[in-house]
Design a binder for this molecule. Structure first.
Ligand code: FES
Ligand code: FES
Length: 208
C-alpha cells in the first residue's frame, strides 16, 4: 500500500478523469490569462432595442413620418426628434403647463400626451403659431406689449394656452381668464401682465 496520498489522488484522476475542482481551477486559470490577471466584471445582458411604431404627424403644417418608441411623450419627440424646443419641460408631470401645444386645435400638456396619440393629427407648437409672413400672432404681440414675462421659460406654454383659452370662449373677463389659465404656472409671477395681455389679445382677435 502506497504512503503517498498525492500519488493516490493522481491515480484516481487517471482512472476517473478530472474532478469538479480541476475544472474550476482550469477555468480560473484561462480567465486570468485572458484578462491579464484582472478580475472579470459581470456584464449586464444588453437590453434589446425597443420596438418602434411608424406614425405620421402633421406638425406646424408639415407632415412628418416618424418611427416612435410607443412610450415616447409628444414633448420629447417634439424637442428631441424634431428640434422644436419652444415647448418647455417644466415638471414633466402635467402640473405646470410649460409644455402646452395644440392637438387638433385643442390645448394639451405634451408631457402627458403619448406621441403616438398624435398619429394622423395636427400638432401646433409655438414655432407654428405666427403667420408665414413673419409677423407675430396677436397673442405674442400682446405679451410683449404688456410685459407679460420675465425669464420667459413659461411663456411659450402660456401663449399656446392663452390662444386656446380665447378660442374656447373662456377669455371674457379677468376672472375667467385666471380660472381657465390656472393650469399654466409662472414662477416669475408675471400673472398681472399675462391676464392683461390675454384680455387685450382676446379683444383684438374677436374684432378680427
Ligand atoms: Fe408638462 Fe409641466 S412640463 S405640464
Ligand atoms: Fe419666468 Fe414665467 S416668465 S416662469
Amino acid at each position: 500500500m502506497s504512503g503517498d496520498p498525492k500519488g493516490a489522488s493522481k491515480g484516481a484522476r487517471a482512472k476517473h478523469g478530472p474532478n469538479r475542482r480541476d475544472v474550476v481551477a482550469g477555468a480560473a486559470a484561462i480567465s486570468a490569462l485572458a484578462t491579464g490577471g484582472m478580475p472579470v466584471q459581470a456584464q449586464a445582458p444588453a437590453e434589446p432595442p425597443a420596438p418602434t411604431i411608424r406614425a405620421q404627424l402633421v406638425v406646424n403644417g408639415s407632415s412628418r413620418a416618424l418611427d416612435l418608441d410607443p412610450r415616447s411623450s409628444l414633448l420629447d419627440v417634439l424637442r428631441e426628434r424634431l428640434a422644436l424646443t419652444g415647448a418647455k419641460k417644466g415638471c414633466d408631470h402635467g402640473q405646470c403647463g410649460a409644455c402646452t401645444v395644440h392637438l387638433d386645435g385643442r390645448r394639451v400638456a405634451s408631457c402627458l400626451t403619448l406621441a403616438l396619440q398624435a398619429d394622423g393629427r395636427n400638432v401646433t407648437t409655438i414655432e407654428g403659431l405666427s403667420p408665414a409672413d413673419g409677423s407675430l400672432h396677436p397673442m405674442q404681440q400682446a405679451f410683449i406689449d404688456h410685459d407679460a414675462l420675465q425669464c420667459g421659460y413659461c411663456t411659450p406654454g402660456q401663449i399656446m394656452a392663452a390662444v386656446a383659452c380665447v378660442q374656447e370662449g373662456h377669455a371674457t373677463s379677468p376672472d375667467q381668464i385666471r380660472e381657465y389659465m390656472s393650469g399654466n404656472l409662472c414662477r416669475c409671477g408675471a400673472y398681472v401682465g399675462i391676464v392683461a395681455a390675454i384680455e387685450d389679445a382676446a379683444h383684438k382677435i374677436r374684432q378680427g
